[in-house]
Design a protein around this ligand. Structure first.
Ligand SMILES: NC(=O)c1ccc[n+]([C@@H]2O[C@H](COP(=O)([O-])OP(=O)(O)OC[C@H]3O[C@@H](n4cnc5c(N)ncnc54)[C@H](O)[C@@H]3O)[C@@H](O)[C@H]2O)c1
Length: 436
């Protein structure tokens, strides 16, 4: 219990069950026999891979034995960070050829995900594939078919579904406490150069330390560019920008918490308002998604202001659930109405008769019911194990039990498809139909 600290918790069955299951999971994973050690390879060891290396090091029974990267500085740092014994291989194929590797983490730019995932499955490795699962929609079906053909486990790396917060949110939605859910509003905003992916470039990066051809792969040929290499999210050749970087996380959370597969229709508008000198991709997008289950989703991201409300907000007729990073807040709607401003225009005798009716009195408590929504609510703060550690743990459990995890290839394909359709809708100026 020391790993999870639920503050101000008034939630009954939902989070109580959650805390218990978290404890069970921790206890189980400490009992890994040496022969059950999982030997891992990393394809790409950039910024995200270093977070995942930390997550792997926080769990028992995992050993990073092989890795590669297109920039030598990162491969060497990853070797040092992962315990100092991993072999640095010249390319991803050499990691996949290593028979001592059981599973691989694919943590390269998006245009490499499909090729590396298919090759890894073909080489008999289990796969942790970073989000977005795909660079283009059609790749999703290919990866799903390859997983189905293989006996391998594939988990996509948007970590939300493994978090205690999302599991609690899912239970609240399932319990019906929100009433009829008609709307989800979700947003993710930033306002710094780093937030807009204009990351600092390491001073030793050059044509000697960076393997440009390896980075490009099947992307269109271009002259050597450190900006493209280190800030690849700004360019269509390697990324879908805001939609694939941030909307994918929002779509993953919404699909998981509401237990739905994907929208039937997608429309979006987006522009590059501010970062015009550096970004091909938009810095501002708003999207509207229609779900066949009967609710609307709005997704909004800007790289130009943090003034708006962030998080995922699930609106039901009886309450609204707010997912706010490490906080979960439930506000409930109060039944009650106030039609005085309308009824006072009626003939006086009818107004008096209306308010003499006990049924009206029960609903319209004249004078006191100025507000229809209770400002009070329930709030929980989740502390302890990070989402990254929890998500790597989910992967390891799936590998050990030989079962596909929650965030499998089908799930990852649908979340990424939302992002690709958002970009397509912006480009074509059209409302698109989503056909999984
Ligand atoms: N789940 C999350 O919260 C999260 C967070 C950040 C990034 N990501 C995802 O992780 C992936 C990597 O993002 P990042 O921020 O680490 O980018 P990054 O640029 O920091 O790292 C990518 C690395 O891949 C290497 N690389 C490129 N082509 C290669 C190749 N052919 N062989 C070997 N290495 C190659 C590059 O040298 C670089 O070091 C992306 O798909 C991104 O969407 C996920």
């Amino acid at each position: 219990m020391d790993r999870r600290d639920f503050l101000r918790s008034t939630l009954a069955a939902g989070t109580a069950g959650l805390a218990a299951s978290a404890v069970t999971a921790s206890a189980a994973s400490t009992q890994v026999a040496p022969s059950d050690r999982l030997r891992l390879g990393f394809l790409g060891t950039g910024a995200r891979a270093h977070q995942l290396i930390d997550a792997c090091r926080a769990l028992p029974g995992l050993e990073i034995v092989s890795l590669c990267d297109a920039y030598t500085g990162r491969a060497e740092r990853a070797k040092a960070r992962s315990g100092g014994t991993a072999a640095i291989r010249p390319d991803y194929r050499a990691v996949l050829d290593d028979r001592g590797v059981d599973a691989v983490f694919i943590v390269t730019p998006d245009h490499w995900h499909r090729t590396m995932a298919l090759a890894a499955l073909d080489a008999g490795k289990d796969v942790y594939l970073e989000k977005p699962m795909t660079y283009a929609i059609a790749e999703g079906r290919e990866i799903i078919a390859a997983v189905d053909r293989s006996s391998r486990v594939l988990q996509v790396g948007s970590q939300g579904p493994s978090s205690a917060l999302e599991r609690a949110a899912r239970e609240i939605v399932k319990s019906g406490r929100l009433g009829q859910i008609t709307l989800v509003r979700a947003a993710f905003n930033r306002n710094t150069a780093g937030g807009a992916w204009l990351y600092p470039i390491p001073p030793d990066a050059s044509e000697t330390t960076v393997n440009w051809a390896q980075f490009l792969g099947s992307a269109p040929p271009r002259p050597f560019s450190l900006e493209r290499f280190f800030r690849w999210r700004c360019y269509w050749d390697y990324s879908g920008g805001l939609a694939t970087d941030l909307f994918v996380h929002l779509a993953t959370t919404i699909h998981h918490v509401l237990d739905v597969q994907g929208p039937s229709h997608v429309m979006a508008a987006g522009s590059t308002h501010r970062w015009t000198a550096t970004h091909e991709v938009p810095d501002t997008i708003d999207a509207l998604l229609t779900y066949p289950e009967g609710f609307t989703v709005t997704l909004g991201c800007t790289l130009n202001s943090t003034g708006g409300e962030e998080g995922v907000h699930i609106h039901g007729t009886k309450g609204t659930l707010h997912l706010l990073g490490d906080r979960l807040r439930l506000t409930t709607e109060q039944p009650g109405d106030d039609n005085r401003w309308v009824v006072r225009s009626w003939p006086e005798s009818l107004e008096r008769a209306y308010y003499a009716d006990p049924k009206v009195q029960a609903i319209e408590t004249a004078g006191s019911q100025r507000q229809q929504t209770s400002p009070s609510g329930e709030e929980w703060v989740v502390r302890g194990e990070s989402e990254d550690v929890a998500h790597v743990r989910s992967f390891v459990e799936a590998v050990r039990s030989r079962t596909q995890p929650v965030e499998d290839a089908r799930f990852g394909h649908r979340a990424a498809a939302v992002a690709h359709l958002v970009n397509q809708s912006i480009r074509e100026g059209k409302r698109l139909t989503f056909d999984v």
